[in-house]
Design a binder for this molecule. Structure first.
Ligand code: ACO
Length: 323
């Protein structure tokens, strides 16, 4: 049996911070409304000349450093993003060049807020198939570039950032038996396009468009779908929720996080929360949260982690892994 073991993680946030107070100068909103409905207090915003690839490269370098692996030792890079630098080539190939990786292959993956879970599952399958030995999985977004700053119902919710993990194939007894990625479960249902989408693109309007969302509907579906998929992943590996050391959820909204934790009967201390400082960074939110908790010593080697996310499409998924 081949397992994908996690060798390291890294993350990067743009320096510029916008507080809720700053948002009140742009749209008719308040710190109280945003905090009460979402738990968000501030968000990081990329500088005008900072691209998604720049954020991704910074996060990647930190992850490679922790893993003790050079860029040219990688076989695969997957970048999960809904905000690529350009329509093509993939942002992943820009990252590949910057890391000095000239063999193997690199591609982008699009599942919006579920992107990191999708990318992790994809890289894991290449490793389990024996086609890849070392993979870099990145979630990176400059989501603030696709916000409509005249729409207060969406523009207060999102931020920019990137996070990354390094996976390596482990084989045989010992490490491979109970380490790394244990099970991943992905879902989508395209009937819900209109609930959360961007009203533009190269083949429709020729512009990059802006985020459109029916927030209340998204919230309702998120709670139901996330509860189902975390149940599914636990059942697949035959574990009870009490075995989970850390819930590392996609950071959309404090109330969604609390709802999932409650369903799992997990105490608040076992949930990694960054939404207060990062807001929703889409595909970047899970690896950003993971990196914070690994580096501050909460997540330790051998801990059981449950990752889950839900996003536009709808897409949703969960992944159970041992750090
Ligand atoms: N400031 C002040 N008032 C606002 C703002 C704002 N920024 N935005 C909306 N309002 C107003 C509305 O206009 C509305 O006013 P009205 O009653 O006079 O019409 C009122 O607040 C309530 O609006 P609702 O949309 O019903 O508010 P709700 O309690 O549903 O909260 C929110 C909205 C925070 C978007 C919530 O629905 C939510 O979190 N949904 C999940 C969406 C999400 O997280 N999406 C991220 C991508 S998908 C994912 O990652 C899961």
């Amino acid at each position: 049996v081949i397992r994908s073991v996690l060798r390291g993680c890294g993350s990067y946030l743009p320096k510029r911070i916008m507080s809720n107070e700053d948002m009140t100068e742009i749209v008719d909103t308040s710190d109280d409304w945003i905090v009460e409905r979402t738990g968000i207090r501030q968000r990081h915003v990329a500088h005008a000349d900072e691209k998604t690839s720049d954020l991704a490269i910074n996060a990647a370098k930190r992850a490679l450093e922790m893993a003790g692996i050079d860029g040219d030792e990688l076989d695969l890079i997957v970048v999960a993003t809904a905000t690529p630098d350009e329509t093509f080539p993939a942002t992943a190939t820009t990252v590949q060049a910057a890391l000095g990786m000239t063999k193997g292959f690199a591609f982008d993956l699009q599942a919006v807020c579920s992107g990191f879970v999708y990318a992790l599952a994809t890289a894991d399958n290449f490793i389990k198939a024996g086609q890849v030995k070392r993979a870099l999985v990145i979630g990176a977004e400059t989501f603030t570039r696709i916000l409509d700053y005249e729409d207060r119902t969406t523009c207060v919710l999102f931020g920019d950032g990137a996070g990354a993990v390094v996976l390596e194939a482990a084989e045989g007894a010992g490490e491979a038996s109970d380490q790394g990625i244990l099970s991943s479960h992905l879902h989508s249902d395209g009937r819900f396009h209109d609930m959360l989408y961007v009203d533009g693109g190269p083949s429709s309007t020729g512009t990059s468009g802006h985020v459109r969302m029916k927030g209340r509907e998204v919230f309702r579906h998120a709670v139901v779908n996330l509860a189902a998929v975390v149940e599914e992943v636990l059942q697949a590996v035959g574990l009870e929720s009490s075995a989970i050391d850390w819930l590392v959820p996609h950071q959309a909204n404090r109330r969604i996080l609390d709802g999932t934790a409650k369903k799992l009967n997990l105490s608040a201390e076992k949930v990694i929360v960054t939404v207060d400082r990062h807001a929703n960074t889409s595909a970047a939110s899970i690896p950003l949260a993971l990196d914070e908790a690994v580096r501050d010593g909460r997540v330790k080697r051998g801990d059981l982690l449950l990752l889950e996310a839900m996003g536009g499409g709808f897409t949703w998924g969960a992944c159970l892994l041992r750090w």
